[in-house]
Ligand binder design. Structure first.
Ligand code: G
Ligand code: G
Ligand code: MN
Length: 536
């Protein structure tokens, strides 16, 4: 991960990852409920329409049959034929004869003529419709009369929509679309704004949501009829509540598992080589510089370059990743990166103090490889530094790797680089081997400097190391100097250089440059004021 997200962002991602399946399952559940209710209301509307179409068909067929035989209206033969038609017409309650807006007889026999008044509507097919007529049935029950060419079909509007009793609060109506005010043939409920009907053409159907209702419209392809149903939103909500009990726990479970998985993925470490390659590529490796002071003057004369790994894992410390990189034979990648960063930083140091030196840590693999020599030539070319500006540090273990190592060290020294033995005293061969090594500087390990002015057994070792380095004509850098008494002791013993928290912690190049500048300008005036302000 090039830029690992911070805790806050990670938390946000986890919440988002958790909520996605939860919301998705809720959405799917809701869509499922909506689709089910939509299908139900459409199929109901279609079945009502089918029944109305049947009625119309039977009315027309009956009318044609009577016209064909041309019997005298209400004659016994006529009434017998009407009874046959009645029997064949399942959707029609009674059939009869209408003359001059009066029902003069029916399949139930010749009764007194009943006046129907003006028809409420005459459809495009020529059907006269009389709504809600009391035809003397017991108990009193308003019926609709549909008449054409003197023949009448009598239907019970309350039976048209009787399926609805199972679904309380669902509203429905049968309309005559061609009538200007969309007359209702039958209706349950009130909520029928007429503009719904404008939505559909002949033979089509549609569903929409409006005013808290799910509205379905179907319109007959051949008859002047349309059916509207309005299902309250509460039907969808109730269905959703039932389904959510099932869907939501699954969604929550998936969300939790997914969030867990994502957070695990963030935590899982790449294998070390992949991590290191990525760190090099995305610039997570950087270099800090720890000042080296001349003890007599306390001037900063040089610095040690120490590599750092910017990582969200707090344990990416050099004492972990340097040995790992050595084990995976990748340490030279780090050396290369450190040299590249140093080449960028050095010019600003040198512009302030031309004799400044930087010590760089080499591992055994660097010293075994002859390509290190060409890399150092390239370093000088790119950085504009002189070999005297660079000191190569290596532990005694690295020094004792055989003839190739000795050869590389010799060539480095011949080129003018100085070479230091690092962490001196911690290895097993130490003093006896020192003589045989080709060296310029000895760095006394921190663990020995720690014993100065104490009465531990190893405190006897420090003067020996110092004396020996003097006798071999080596420069000495004491590492890990933390107190002034330690510094005093070292001065007294003739140690020229020191490094440690007493003089300065490892720091950014900009800060180091400022320190060198303030030291240098205390001596002479010619230091350029802008030297350290270079931005990389
Ligand atoms: O200051 P610090 O805690 O980083 O030092 C830890 C160890 O890592 C030291 O022994 C130091 O020599 C080593 N080290 C720091 N930078 C480098 C480097 O660039 N290359 C190698 N090989 N070792 C380094
Ligand atoms: O390469 P070398 O092993 O010399 O690296 C020096 C190490 O010692 C680095 O980890 C550096 O941060 C650490 N160090 C430098 N000065 C002091 C100091 O005064 N006290 C302590 N405890 N550690 C120091
Ligand atoms: Mn070192």
């Amino acid at each position: 991960m090039p830029n690992p997200p911070r805790t806050g962002i990670r938390l946000l991602i986890a919440i988002a990852v958790f909520l996605t399946p939860v919301l998705a399952s809720a959405y799917l559940a809701w869509r499922e409920c909506y689709a089910t209710e939509k299908a139900l209301s459409l199929s109901y509307a279609r079945s009502v329409l089918r029944r109305m179409e049947e009625t119309s068909g039977q009315l027309m067929a009956g009318g044609r049959a009577l016209a064909l035989v041309n019997l005298s209206p209400c004659s016994p033969e006529d009434i017998r034929l009407m009874q046959e038609i009645d029997l064949a017409s399942s959707a029609v309650k009674v059939v009869g004869r209408v003359v001059d807006d009066r029902l003069i007889c029916s399949s139930q026999g010749g009764a007194n003529p009943i006046s129907l008044g003006r028809p409420d509507l005459v459809t495009r097919q020529g059907v006269s419709i009389y709504f809600n007529k009391d035809l003397g049935s017991q108990p009193t029950h308003p019926l609709n009369v549909l008449a054409i060419n003197g023949f009448a079909a009598i239907i019970d509007p309350s039976q048209t929509l009787d399926d609805l009793t199972e679904r309380p609060k669902v509203e429905a109506a049968v309309f005559v679309p061609s009538s200007t005010d969309h007359l209702r043939v039958a209706a349950v409920g009130q909520y029928f704004p007429s503009n719904w009907l404008r939505q559909i053409g002949k033979g089509t159907q549609t569903t929409m949501r409006s005013g808290g209702y799910l509205v379905s419209l179907v319109r007959s392809p051949m008859w002047d009829l349309a059916v509207v149903t309005a299902t309250p939103q509460s039907y969808i909500d109730r269905r959703f509540d039932r389904l959510a009990v099932l869907f939501l726990p699954i969604g929550i479970l998936c969300g939790a598992l997914l969030a867990l998985l994502v957070s695990l993925l963030y935590r899982v470490r790449l294998p070390f080589p992949a991590m290191l390659r990525r760190a090099i590529k995305d610039g997570s490796l950087y270099v800090v510089y720890q000042p080296v002071v001349e003890l007599a003057t306390r001037r900063v004369v040089g610095a040690e370059a120490l590599v750092r790994w910017r990582s969200r894992d707090a344990d990416m410390r050099p004492d972990y990743f340097i040995p790992q990189a050595e084990r995976y034979d990748m340490i030279q990648l780090i050396t290369k990166q450190v040299l590249a960063i140093m080449a960028r930083d050095l010019p600003q140091f040198l512009s302030v103090a031309p004799n400044f030196f930087i010590a760089v840590n080499f591992s055994a693999a660097d010293l075994r490889d002859k390509r290190t020599l060409t890399a150092m030539d390239e370093f000088l070319r790119v950085s504009g530094a002189r070999p005297e500006n660079i000191e190569v540090e290596a532990t005694e273990r690295a020094f004792l790797q055989g003839p190739e190592t000795a050869e590389v060290i010799d060539v480095l020294r011949a080129k003018g680089f100085s070479v230091a033995i690092d962490d001196f005293g911690t290895g097993y061969s130490s003093l006896s081997c020192l003589q045989s090594l080709s060296l310029d500087t000895l760095k006394i390990d921190r663990s020995f400097v720690d014993t100065i002015n104490t009465d531990g057994a190893t405190c006897q070792v420090v003067p020996h190391i110092i004396d020996m380095a003097h006798s071999l004509d080596l420069a000495i850098v004491a590492e890990g100097v933390e107190t002034e008494p330690q510094a005093q002791y070292l001065v007294k013993r003739g140690v020229q250089y020191a490094q440690g928290w007493h003089f300065g912690r490892p720091m950014d190049p900009g800060l180091l440059c400022e320190q060198i500048r303030s030291h240098a300008s205390a001596g002479k005036e010619s230091v350029p004021a802008q030297a350290c302000l270079r931005v990389h």
